[in-house]
Write a protein that binds this ligand. Sequence first.
Ligand SMILES: Cc1ncc(COP(=O)(O)O)c(C=O)c1O
Length: 416
Amino acid sequence: MAQGPPLSALRKDFPILSRRIDGKRLVYLDNAATTHKPVQVLGRIEEYYRRENANVHRGMHTLSQEATDAYEGARERIARFIGARSPKEIIFTKNATEALNLAAGSLSELAVGEGEKIVSTEMEHHSNLVPWQQAARRHGARLELLEVDMRTGLLDEGTFKEKIAGAKIVSLTHSSNVLGTINPVAKIAAMARKEGAYVVVDGAQSVPHMRVDVGSLGCDMLAFSGHKMCGPTGIGVLWGKEELLERMPPFLFGGDMISEVTFSGAKWNDLPWKFEAGTPPIAQAIGLGAACDYLKKAGMGRIRAHEMRLTKLALSLLSEQGDVRVFGPADAAKKGGVVAFGMEGAHPHDIAAILDREGIAVRSGHHCAQPLTRKLGVFATSRASFYFYNTGSEVEFFARSLEKVRKVFGGRRRGA
Ligand SMILES: Cc1ncc(COP(=O)(O)O)c(C=O)c1O
């Protein structure tokens, strides 16, 4: 585990955290939606635009070579960050959504035929559900979902064997952006492999928050977004095993992804460029490389431990409030730093608006997981989500501030 200054000392790296909202200190608890950026990342992006800005791969001039070195260097950093065997396995996309669309579009073409089966889960973000629904439709295949046990907020392990049997692709989230649940990906991947199925993992809510090593997960592909891990928006990653990516057809077509073009056809470029058509998000990739360095230095083990402490505190404080219902596992060890909740007599949007008056940023809505939200029996939830720069006193202030919601709606706090 990386040693270094306490994580709270890193707050000074994030200029936005000293902002005031209507005179109140900002308490930012919307990290599952996007995270803030430290000066190290902001500085690296600025440096790129000030000193190295050029298009990559095509130029003989110095700036183009420097930009290419910085862009490809970022790929190497990111590969190391998730334990990829080679930078060739890192495909840059615009976000996790595009990465999952690439996986669903291209892998299903390779692996799924009429009447065959794709498996996902009931706790997916729309980004890892809709692309598979569409892929299944295109190939005349069916999509089956591993069920969520509503008592525990975990996937129902009893159904794994039957559902995974005969699957061609299993695609699931590592950590739910609503329930927080951390899924047993390695176990599911082992079962899927026995069936000869490919395993795709949505790491949007895990890669930023814990040590994720693709070898240990045992999956074939992993998708994540830069902006949820201290990097800029406009950059995502699809990691895939090299031998699989070699066999998959390209997803987007145009410049850079070809090796040769004639009037009647084209040959594809080598990996990873075969999947990167057009001018790539150069500054964004470089920014994400800097973000990976930053997180590595902070220590992914320490980040996970800190977020688990904050989650435990939030769960404990909310469980004392009898009119608050928390969704997802009650054990902080089984979930990421995501706490979705409802409050008797208060609409989630009103909760978020009233907390905003206290300077507290939480999200409300279906969090791009409409089917799951409906299964929870609600239209929307409020969600507080943590990162390593949050503190215990922020969590306490958030829990205490729910009293303001009660005041507005005339609710009464009951004992749990
Ligand atoms: C679990 C999960 N998957 C995928 C995504 C999509 O990420 P993006 O919007 O960056 O593509 C999100 C975003 O909230 C998410 O939480």
